[in-house]
Design a protein around this ligand. Structure first.
Ligand code: GBH
Length: 497
């Protein structure tokens, strides 16, 4: 590891002048970094690991991934975890948010066959983290469903509720003495809404009518709730941990002051965040989604709404199944109202149901991912909207980060993004009274960025993918984040908390 301490005092001084907060983070505020198994581990078929959906997808359709690449090796964290944890320790994070590859411990997805080598791997990693004073925060599902379960329909098949629940129970049994903070799913929005429809599709990459999108949300919500109740009923008392889910949304700013665009803002937020968060925090789908999808389904000749209906029992079972709000947030988009409820389409789509057009403002600083621009005030609005919509929950920011092409170890844009977004977060805490309890950067390393392959880099640490050793080298943002964690302050000196 190359730990040359680069001088970034210049960055502090420049930003301080441009409105970076000089308030201290609350004393008990927690800082972390996030990764996902498929994106960093490699070892895709080693020591008995089964094939996952993304192994299959990248191998079968290299043309759908930029550069035709895959994550067979990626950062090689399956072998390099010791070095990884040394870096985490040096960085000084309070927690490390990582995920378990389901098919590494259950090669076929089902609990009749447990792969002991996979269990040993995660137990070793969790123990090393604990020994180094780093809290493991573990996601059970970050998009890599075992291929066998994908082939029977994946998250559109209600059987997955029980398969996921079995896997979750096993994980609590195997790792619950080490892991005290669990997330069931990472961003159902991303794998339900971006896998079954639209031009740029994540695995399995089908193009199906909107039913698939809703059915996926429906199954995932039930699977999440079942895992939550298993933890609550069978493990919580003994293990004393907590459990939640990670949801994502870009902030939606109305493109104009018109009432129509304000309605568009509401639709976009409810169809993206609300579809998942409302059942968990308030009970049932958002009413606007129930009404709109029912009406449109009827006009399109369906015998019933394509949004599945929850029974009262299911509503009660799902409601209240999160110990806090896990939020991934990166950016903001502009929305304008596009489709009246009566404006039916020939091929019913989730997009038309949601009924908005999404654009961006070209003046917002652009990363090297088309969807990601720096809009820190949108983060503050998002935090406030969650606070107001879901009953003032504690919010853990489970991901936030900036992409560049990764060619330079000097990354002043990433530093600015962190300064600006954390300033917005401090404003939400101190000026607006939002209960934000922690923050995690995506990501510690440059890694495999799904459809973008290795073309987009989110790391605080550069990884040399051309060397067999996958050499890790901290970027200037790494040292800046290290300083924030140490001083709880974004600038040289802060006011006391
Ligand atoms: C996170 O999702 C993921 O959890 C993580 O695995 C990933 O590496 C990281 O972001 C960086 O991308 O092209 O207009 O359809 C971020 C949220 C939501 C961002 C969906 C991309 C697609 C926008 N993602 N979005 S679009």
């Amino acid at each position: 590891m190359n730990m040359k301490c680069s001088v970034i005092l210049l960055a502090f001084t420049v930003s301080y002048a441009s409105g970076i907060s000089n308030r201290s983070f609350p004393a008990d505020f927690k800082f972390g970094v996030t990764t996902a198994a498929y994106q960093i581990e490699g070892g895709w078929n080693e020591d008995g690991k089964g094939e996952s959906l993304w192994d299959w997808y990248t191998h079968t359709y290299p043309d759908r991934i930029q550069g035709g690449t895959n994550a067979d090796v990626t950062c090689d964290s399956y072998h390099k975890y010791k070095e990884d944890i040394e870096i985490l320790k040096d960085l000084g994070v309070n927690f490390y948010r990582l995920s378990i590859a389901w098919s590494r411990i259950l090669p076929e997805g089902t609990v009749n066959h447990v792969n002991q080598a996979g269990v040993d791997y995660y137990r070793t990693v969790f123990q090393l983290l604990i020994d180094n004073g780093i809290v493991p925060v573990v996601t059970l599902y970050h998009w890599d469903v075992p291929l066998t379960l994908s082939e029977i329909g994946g998250w559109t098949n209600p059987l997955l509720v029980d398969y996921f629940a079995d896997y979750a129970r096993l994980a609590f049994e195997l790792f619950g003495d080490q892991v005290k903070q669990w997330h069931t799913f990472n961003e159902p929005q991303s794998f339900c809404m971006l896998s079954y429809q639209g031009p740029l599709r994540k695995a399995p990459g089908y193009d199906l009518p909107a039913e698939a999108v809703y059915q996926c949300n429906y199954v995932v919500l039930k699977a999440h709730a079942k895992a939550y109740h298993i933890y609550d009923d069978e493990f919580r008392q003994k293990q004393q941990g907590n459990i939640s889910i990670v949801l994502v949304a870009h902030w939606k700013e109305p493109a104009s002051d018109s009432d129509a665009d304000k309605e568009g803002q509401n639709l976009a937020l409810q169809f993206e965040m609300g579809l998942l968060a409302n059942p968990i925090f308030n009970g049932n789908w958002p009413q606007v989604a129930i009404d709109r999808v029912a009406e449109r389904s009827k006009l399109e000749g369906y015998p019933r709404s394509r949004l599945p209906e929850f029974t009262q029992e299911e509503i009660d079972y799902i409601k209240g199944t999160a110990d806090y709000f896990g939020l991934n947030h990166y950016t903001t988009e502009l929305v304008s109202f596009a489709y009246n409820v009566t404006n039916v389409t020939e091929y019913p789509s989730f997009d038309a149901d949601r009924g908005v057009l999404r654009t961006t403002d070209p003046s917002w600083p652009q990363s090297n991912m088309t969807w990601l621009r720096s809009v820190p005030w949108g983060f503050r609005k998002m935090l406030n909207w969650i606070d107001q919509s879901y009953g003032h929950p504690a919010i853990l920011v489970t991901e936030n980060g900036w992409a560049d092409d990764g060619t330079s170890r000097e990354d002043p844009q990433r530093i600015s993004y962190i300064q600006d977004y954390l300033t917005a977060l401090l404003e939400a805490i101190y000026d607006d009274g939002v209960n934000v309890i922690g923050y995690s950067q995506w990501s510690i390393y440059d890694n495999f960025e799904w459809l973008s392959g290795y073309m987009a880099k989110f790391g605080l640490v550069y990884v040399d993918f051309s060397s067999p050793n996958r050499t890790r080298t901290p970027k200037s943002s790494y040292y800046y984040y290290q300083k924030i964690i140490k001083t709880k302050c974004l600038v040289d000196t802060c006011d006391a908390a």
